[in-house]
Design a protein around this ligand. Structure first.
Ligand SMILES: Nc1ncnc2c1ncn2[C@@H]1O[C@H](COP(=O)(O)OP(=O)(O)OP(=O)(O)O)[C@@H](O)[C@H]1O
Ligand SMILES: [Mg+2]
Length: 315
């Protein structure tokens, strides 16, 4: 197990109006790993993420940073937020500067970097999120997906050790999702820890190392992705759907090492089709004497393998 960089210990949180959002919630975030936070609407995902960078303070319990209880004075919060970056679910809640360039440069400048260093951070973040042409645009005039990219770029430019993203792919087009995943993978390779809340079970399955399943303000189960997402009862209890790759793997009886990507599934299907098939039913009566071709054909007819293509090619 990797060291735990950030943890929630038995936290409760109650919003005004007596809405109990978290109750006795505990969660470990391991350094350098990708954690997906899953759960139905209103299960407390966003509320927990807001605790992980000190935006909210638990009513009971504590947040541990490097194993020590986090402090909430201004100086400690500044250091905390420099180390732990949070991309909010709604980009409108995050963007406040007039232009995209200003918004992305705010974090690095606030961290005390020089103007030249901040410019370089902004340049790299704009390139990573493929939004260079938006640099001089007014933030409030952008589309939802563009705002989302700018919000992510702003946090990325601060180079946090832990990057937390609330529904990062919601509202992004297919290319935007692929580009975001590439950026996040680069961050992880550079040593960052990634936490993301998502409703996309397929993304969580293919991408996360570990997952935490939330329900009613609690973590029902946290652990390795395949083990947790294979637990059908748990998913039902949390009103979540099993990822389609796992559904197929279970239907194929491939429970030990289910494929983690579409490519891996296709490879598995190719292999299973090219291996000899054990025929359980009795073979038909032998073909008429001298019918060599017929004999060949009748045995090939038992094989669903691509080797059957020999029939078409005449070889
Ligand atoms: N500002 C608020 N004031 C009062 N109640 C709130 C507030 N924000 C959230 N809640 C309530 O807290 C609970 C948890 O909400 P939260 O936003 O953390 O859920 P979530 O899992 O992120 O949901 P979603 O999947 O819809 O984003 C819900 O019952 C919600 O109605
Ligand atoms: Mg939410």
């Amino acid at each position: 197990m990797s060291p735990v960089i950030l943890a929630a210990r038995d936290i409760d949180y109650v919003y005004p109006g007596n809405v109990q959002a978290l109750q006795g919630l505990s969660l470990d975030i391991e350094q350098g790993r990708k954690l997906a936070v899953l759960g139905p609407n209103g299960s407390g995902k966003t509320t927990l993420l807001l605790h992980l960078n000190g935006t909210l303070k638990p009513r009971r319990g504590e947040i541990l940073l490097d194993g020590r209880p986090a402090a909430y004075d201004r100086r400690s919060l500044n250091i905390w937020r420099s180390r732990v970056g949070l991309v909010l679910q709604e980009p409108d809640d995050q963007l406040f500067s007039a232009s995209v360039y200003q918004d992305i440069s705010f974090g690095p400048l606030n961290q005390g970097l020089s103007a030249a260093e901040a410019r370089e951070r902004v340049r790299l973040a704009l390139a990573a999120l493929h939004i260079k042409p938006l640099a001089e645009r007014a933030t409030h005039m952008l589309s939802f997906g563009q705002k989302k990219r700018v919000a992510i770029a702003g946090i990325l430019a601060m180079r946090p050790e832990v990057l937390i993203l609330d529904e990062p792919t919601a509202g992004l087009d297919a290319q935007g999702v692929a580009q975001l995943l590439t950026v996040l993978e680069e961050q992880r390779r550079a040593g960052a820890t990634l936490v993301f809340a998502t409703h996309d079970m397929d993304l969580a399955y293919t991408w996360a190392d570990v997952v935490a399943v939330f329900c009613d303000g609690r973590v029902l189960r946290q652990g390795e992705t395949v083990a947790v997402l294979s637990d059908r009862e748990l998913l039902q209890a949390a009103r979540l759907k099993m990822p389609w790759l796992l559904e197929v793997a279970q239907a194929l009886g491939e429970l030990e090492q289910p494929p983690r990507s579409q490519e891996a599934l296709l490879e598995l299907l190719r292999q299973s089709h090219s291996s000899p098939v054990t025929v359980q039913t009795p073979l038909p009566d032998p073909p008429p004497q001298g019918g060599r071709e017929l004999l060949q054909n009748s045995y090939l007819a038992y094989s669903p393998s691509p080797c059957g293509r020999g029939l078409e090619g005449g070889g």
